[in-house]
Every structure is written in C-alpha cells, then in structure tokens.
Design a protein around this ligand. Structure first.
Ligand code: NAP
Length: 248
C-alpha cells in the first residue's frame, strides 16, 4: 500500500530538478499526478516514463488562465485535486539591491510569489469539493534568512512572501480540512543549483554543516510526508531541510 494511495496531485515545475524527483516519488507511492512545467519535451518524456499514474500539461504558473485550464485537466482525468505542490521557481538576478533591474525583480516575484496565490486560488475550490487537501509551497532558506551566500533581493523577497502566504492559507482553510505548509531547502543538486554556482556546489560546501549538497530525493521524502496523511496534524509550519545552514 502506497503512502499516497487515492491522492490526486498537481506538481508544478515538474519537468526537471526537485519537481521531477517529487513526481517520481508520488507516483511510486500511489498518487495520480499532473506534472506541469513550461519545458514540455522534458515533461512529456517524464510522464511517459512514469506510466499511467502521471500525465503532463504545459503550464506557465504566472498565468491565471493556465491555472484554470490545469485544474480542469486534473479533475477530468483523475477527479478533485487533493495535493498541490507549488514547486516551480527561478533564482533571478544575483545582484545587490541597488543593481537589481525592476523588470527582473517583477519577473522573479511573478514566478515565485504571485504564482503561489494563483495556484492556491485555482486549486482550493477543487480541494473543497474533495473535502481534504494538502498544499506544499516550496520556499527556500532564502525565505528565512537573507544571507545564504548570494545577493538576491528579489529571490529573498519572493521566498519570504511564500512563507507568509502559506500561514495565511493554513489559517483560513484549516476548518475545511485543508493543510498548508512551506518547505525551505538549503543547497540541493538540481539544474538550478548548477546554473547558479557554475560547478558542483563550489564554495557553498564550506557553509554547510554536513559539508555536502543534498540530492533532490532527500527533499522528496519531506514533500511526500507533508502530502500524505502521515502529517495529518501539521499545518501552517515551516519545514527546513538545509543540513543545519540556518542554525549557524
Ligand atoms: P529547476 O531545476 O530550475 O526546476 C524548476 C522548473 O520550474 C524548471 O523546469 C523551470 O523551467 C520551471 N519553471 C520556471 N518558471 C516557470 C513558470 N513560469 N511556469 C512553469 N514552470 C516554470 O529548479 P529546482 O532547483 O528544482 O527548484 C525547485 C524549487 O525549489 C524552486 O521553487 C526553487 O526556488 C526552490 N529551491 C531550490 C533550491 C536548490 O538548491 N536547488 C534551494 C532552495 C529552494 P525553466 O528551466 O525553463 O525556467
């Protein structure tokens, strides 16, 4: 018996990186999963690899119309949505505050922050129909502290916002049996991480008490737990997975 038997999930940014890892784990644990991303070729190939428990749909998380379409696809294929993993995100400019271009700032906030509002707004009515829900919003240690090795005002702003939006939704929809939690990863080995450091972790290692970069699967263990009924009394909470970085 799988930990997600009977669950119907949407995972955004699922074509690669952590989202792809979560998709693998969710399907293995019995969930029906709608993978979404703007990288359609990768996403379609992954859904085919995962078999009947997974389908893929192209989706820009900054588009309200796309969100409406995506929820319709999930409901038509599988039924009312019970799990939403708001995972899609971008790092944006690595620049100090006075050097951040306004358009770049707005784009990072659109993808990382505004999408969380659009996604929860679109999916919560489906969860209300299901009578249950678990929303997992992927923030970052940059949603807890500003100094994690890179100057990145927009990323920090957006990821701090995700943390607060998570608590607001948890309070509002707790009486409807919908839980909402944020996840705060440290350094995880994904294409985003490699692009940011231009190498396999680089100087980041010295900042990490465990002295290693995590594999995406290690974060999937936590996301799986929060999506499943194993975490039935956990809501409105911040879940840090950073090998002790923010403990320093
Ligand atoms: P990733 O490897 O870059 O994967 C993210 C996926 O989301 C990519 O396929 C990306 O496509 C997609 N995406 C970007 N913008 C989108 C949009 N507007 N609509 C739909 N999909 C979009 O990143 P990751 O490292 O797995 O990160 C996943 C999440 O974890 C992000 O929210 C990130 O901020 C967070 N996080 C990552 C780390 C880390 O160390 N890796 C640490 C803390 C938090 P494109 O490649 O085309 O942009």
């Amino acid at each position: 018996m799988g930990q997600l038997d009977g669950k119907i999930a949407i995972i955004t940014g699922a074509s690669r990186g952590m989202g792809a890892s979560h998709a693998h784990r969710f399907v293995a644990e019995g969930a029906k999963v709608l993978l979404t991303d703007m990288r359609a070729d990768l996403g379609k190939a992954l859904a085919a690899e995962l078999g009947g428990g997974a389908i893929f749909a192209e989706h820009d998380v900054t588009s309200a119309a796309d969100w409406h379409r995506i929820v319709g696809i999930a409901e038509d294929e599988f039924g009312p949505v019970t799990v939403l993993v708001n995972n899609a995100g971008i790092l944006g400019p690595m620049a100090k505050t006075a050097d951040v271009v306004e358009a770049d700032y707005m784009h990072v906030c659109a993808v990382n922050q505004h999408s969380i509002y659009l996604g929860m707004r679109a999916v919560i009515p489906s969860m209300l129909r299901a009578g249950q829900g678990s929303i997992v919003n992927i923030s970052s240690i940059a949603g807890l502290v500003a100094n994690y090795g890179f100057p990145s005002l927009a990323y920090v702003a957006s990821k701090f916002a995700v943390r607060g939006m998570t608590k607001a939704a948890a309070v509002e929809y707790g009486p409807d049996n919908i839980r909402c939690n944020s996840v705060h990863p440290g350094f995880i080995m994904t294409p985003m991480m490699v692009e940011a450091t231009n190498e396999e972790g680089g100087d980041a290692l010295a900042q990490i008490p465990l002295r290693r970069i995590a594999e995406p699967e290690e974060v999937s263990n936590l996301v799986l737990f929060l999506a499943s009924d194993q975490s039935s009394y956990i809501s409105g909470a911040e879940h840090v997975i950073d090998a002790g970085m923010t403990a320093q």
